[in-house]
Design a protein. Structure first.
Length: 360
């Protein structure tokens, strides 16, 4: 490593094909292989590195072994250290006996698992088709010059505030006078819940990111909450105000009646008889919309997109036919993804049985 580094502690080399695990999270399956695209890597002492004997085992097979429920349960019994700093030390892990069938059997197990993962990846790509189509449509009906212009000429009366983001937002609005603000179609949907009032209840908590959209995070006892959370409903939307510019927005899927999310997240919903929710679910993931999000945020250092800012974003009207086609394509993709994931779950159970020798 050249130059001064702010990294504290020693770094260790890892080569392509080496197995690496996290001392803290290996009990949750945090074990992986250095890819061929990364011939040489450097890791901290928190990530022990192992070279796999090619005569005895395949790196991918070893990874699968330690991701099985049976082995993760055994690993949980090896945790040492104080609360918050619990780790699985290499010495303990190295004492574990690992089933090692012939290489041909290992290869067959790995290929079965890879095939299931490939089916999921193929299904997930189906979501990109309606997104790409909608993105192209939005660009076709939009004057996008404000996206690219290096300089802008505006009247003071057209500006909400005097900064670059507001200037670009104003320029976009003026360049597309027929567009309507999202507030025409959507509204804030903040309903606060006080989970601590039912201390023994297990509350389902949801999160959002730019990969999965809205996802189930965890269950939490009511007594463990120290702030009011926000209720969410199917077909509502919410986003992370500090990460909306990288796509952390999503639509709520089928959830429990008592589902909630962090008070930090911004919750909103589509007004009745305006836009199709599945259409909006695709809209908010398009490159077109994310660009608009970027210059409708507020704040200097840590920029945020609150619901009130989101609702000012102008969008073009989309014919019901296009909305329906985009919504149907999204639903078709979601069904394919669900089916692929269900198959992958069954394969994972079979793979674990093959590894443990409980399935002939």
């Amino acid at each position: 490593m050249r130059g001064k580094s702010n990294f504290k502690g020693k770094l260790f080399f890892a080569h392509a094909g080496d197995v690496v695990y996290s001392k803290i999270d290996v009990r949750n399956g945090a074990i992986g292989i250095i890819p061929d695209s990364m011939p040489l890597a450097a890791v901290s002492s928190e990530y022990p590195v192992y070279e796999v004997d090619a005569k005895l085992a395949l790196p991918d097979y070893i990874k699968l072994v330690f991701r099985t429920k049976a082995f993760r349960d055994r690993i949980n019994g090896m945790i040492s250290g104080a609360s918050g700093r619990k780790r699985v030390q290499p010495e303990a892990l190295e004492e574990m006996s690992v089933p090692l069938p012939p290489l041909a059997e290992q290869r067959a197990i790995v290929e079965r698992w890879r095939s299931a993962q490939a089916q999921i990846a193929a299904a997930e790509k189906l979501v990109d088709k309606p997104k790409q189509r909608l993105n192209e449509y939005l660009h076709s009906v939009t004057n996008t010059e404000p996206f690219e212009q290096r300089s802008l000429k505006l009247a003071w009366a057209d500006l909400g505030s005097w900064d670059v983001k507001s200037s670009r937002a104003a320029a976009f609005r003026l360049a597309n006078p027929t567009f309507k603000p999202l507030a025409h179609y959507a509204e804030e949907a903040t309903e606060l819940v006080k989970p601590w009032l039912t201390p023994e209840k297990d509350w389902p908590v949801y999160g959002v990111n730019n990969k999965e959209g809205v996802f189930f995070s965890h269950h939490q006892k009511g007594a463990e909450f120290n702030a009011a959370y926000k209720r969410i409903r199917k077909s509502w939307f919410f986003h992370n105000p500090t990460r909306s510019s990288v796509g952390s927005l999503g639509v709520v899927p089928e959830v429990e009646a008592d589902a909630i999310t962090s008070p930090e997240y911004q919750v909103w919903r589509i007004r009745e008889e305006s836009l199709i929710a599945d259409f909006v679910a695709v809209l908010v993931t398009t490159e077109f919309f994310i660009k608009l999000v970027q210059f409708h945020r507020v704040g200097a250092v840590k920029q945020r997109l609150y619901v009130e800012n989101l609702l000012t974003i102008p969008i073009p009207e989309a014919p019901k036919r296009i909305q329906s086609e985009i919504a149907e394509a999204r639903q078709t993709a979601l069904v394919a993804i669900r089916d692929a994931r269900e198959r992958a779950k069954r394969v994972s159970v079979e793979v674990e049985s093959l590894i443990l020798g409980t399935k002939p």
